[in-house]
Design a binder for this molecule. Structure first.
Ligand code: GTP
Ligand code: ZN
Length: 195
């Protein structure tokens, strides 16, 4: 992600990680762990750099293709995020479909950057899905938007219920893709997600 180092107080994270290591019964001064607080703090800058960012900004890179109101689908955008309940990763793919209003379109990579930005926060999958859909609505004023996210939550697979392979699928639908079942079905078929 661009604009790393946003918002993360590294010394504070380092101190907390040292405490965590002590709390789990480890010796933070043993050679293998000496550099760990610094590494985790730097990792947090990547994993949580979206907290102080405005990921919708990416969608402001726009082009105008007058008259074009045809469905655009960006499918299989890989992402990873951290669940806000356990701070464990959830990993999956996002699919974004929209119908531009009078050819108001955005750069395709900007949609993936927007997903990555909102994912770089402590998240709920439902909120992540809605935030991407709402950013598309706010920045592009499209006729319709459909966002589907499929992910595996490691807090459900590595611990707790240990339901290995369980996938969570969420969707957020706005505008004509919500009100018009035929366009929604067309979008879902291009996303390879069944209605
Ligand atoms: N809706 C939603 N729930 C999530 C997400 N990520 C994690 N969770 C759930 O958050 C819930 C937190 O439940 P708690 O009972 O407070 O925590 P817990 O004791 O660790 O729960 P278990 O995971 O059932 O052991 C769990 O059911 C998680 O599966 C998410 O993105 N969306
Ligand atoms: Zn969790």
């Amino acid at each position: 992600m661009e604009n790393e180092n946003l918002g993360v107080d590294r010394p504070r994270v380092e101190a907390a990680v040292r405490e965590l290591l002590i709390g789990i019964g480890e010796d933070p001064d043993r050679p293998g762990l000496v550099g760990t607080p610094d590494r985790v703090a730097r990792a947090c800058e990547e994993l949580f750099g979206g907290i102080a960012d405005d990921p919708a900004r990416h969608l402001r890179k726009q082009f105008h293709e007058p008259g074009n109101e045809e469905l655009v689908v960006v499918r299989d955008i890989p992402f990873h995020s951290m669940c806000e309940h356990h701070l464990l990763p959830f990993i999956g793919r996002a699919h974004v479909a929209y119908i531009p209003r009078d050819g108001r379109i955005t750069g395709l990579s900007k949609i993936a950057r927007c997903v990555a930005g909102y994912a770089a926060r402590p998240q709920l999958q439902e909120r992540l899905t809605a935030q991407v859909a709402d950013a598309m609505v706010d920045e592009l004023d499209p006729l319709g938007v459909l966002v589907v996210i499929e992910a595996e939550h490691t807090c459900m697979t590595m611990r707790g219920i240990r339901a290995a392979g369980a996938m969570t699928v969420t969707s957020a639908v706005r505008g004509s893709l919500r009100s018009d079942a035929r366009s929604r079905e067309e979008a879902l078929s291009l996303l390879h997600v069944s209605a």
